[in-house]
Ligand binder design. Structure first.
Ligand SMILES: [Zn+2]
Length: 250
């Protein structure tokens, strides 16, 4: 046996002993840490979501839904912030109206938000809407916490926003102060403290106590922010059955 064969055998033996790369045990899900504090993870009214997608490209509806929580949103967005929690709570109220059975159909939604980095990310992740396919519209007239959602197949439309008594005047004022040039470390620290305090208030009460539905129509949907790059096709066969026709949602 030459050295190459010996090394190869050792590598294979090591993979068998450890279960190999493909079947190595997955690490426990990281749901703690500074980016996802315990108080947020255990908050009594932290919003969670069940979403339905297709099983693959050109696939039909998946029978299983996926569970999404604030940790998932933070991983996608990049940080935990007041705007992320505010958007999640607001959209929770909108989904409750559009999907009373609980499962959010991410193949069938369009949404309008303002251009907030935080709220816009949450809207895209939870709805499946995408700016490049013309389903995530940007409306500067909407506030940071305001969203218009529509089930494309039925036309059912909901508009939600934070209640005036919940609106975080102090957070927004500090945000404007920083953007006006007062970006010293203590100003940034104060902003973080204010927005986390706001987030704590939001997840300590039922969403409907912080968010209200407002009259959605007739809402003038803005023009898509991107030029026409082609429409989305991967969900076209979500309801198809062999031999033609449509089957109901699972
Ligand atoms: Zn953010």
């Amino acid at each position: 046996m030459n050295l190459g064969h010996l090394l190869g055998g050792l590598i294979i033996a090591t993979m068998v002993m450890t279960g190999g790369c493909a079947s190595a045990p997955r690490p426990a899900r990281d749901v703690t840490g500074s980016y996802y504090p315990d108080w947020l993870a255990t908050a009594p009214h932290a919003p969670v979501f069940e979403v339905r997608d297709t099983v693959n490209k050109y696939g039909r509806y998946a029978r299983e839904t996926k569970h999404i929580d604030l940790a998932d949103l933070i991983r996608f967005h990049g940080h935990f912030c007041g705007g992320l929690v505010e958007a999640a709570v607001s959209l929770r109220v909108a989904f409750d109206a559009l999907f009373p059975d609980g499962a959010i159909d991410r193949t069938d939604l369009r949404v309008a938000s303002n251009n907030s980095a935080c709220g816009g990310d949450v809207a895209a992740y939870l709805t499946g809407a995408r700016a490049r396919f013309g389903t995530h519209l940007i409306d500067p007239a909407l506030t940071e916490s305001e969203f218009v959602l529509q089930r494309v197949s039925t036309g059912a439309t909901v508009r939600v926003r934070i209640r005036p008594e919940t609106y975080p005047v102090d957070v927004r004022a500090q945000m404007r102060r920083i953007e006006a040039g007062h970006a010293e470390p203590e100003e940034l620290e104060r902003f973080q403290a204010l927005q986390w305090e706001y987030a704590r208030r939001l997840v300590s009460r039922p969403p409907l106590e912080a968010v209200m539905r407002v009259d959605a129509g007739p809402y003038a949907w803005p023009e898509p922010p991107c030029r026409d790059l082609g429409r989305r096709r991967d969900n076209d066969f979500r309801g198809a059955v062999p031999g033609g026709g449509e089957e109901p949602l699972p």
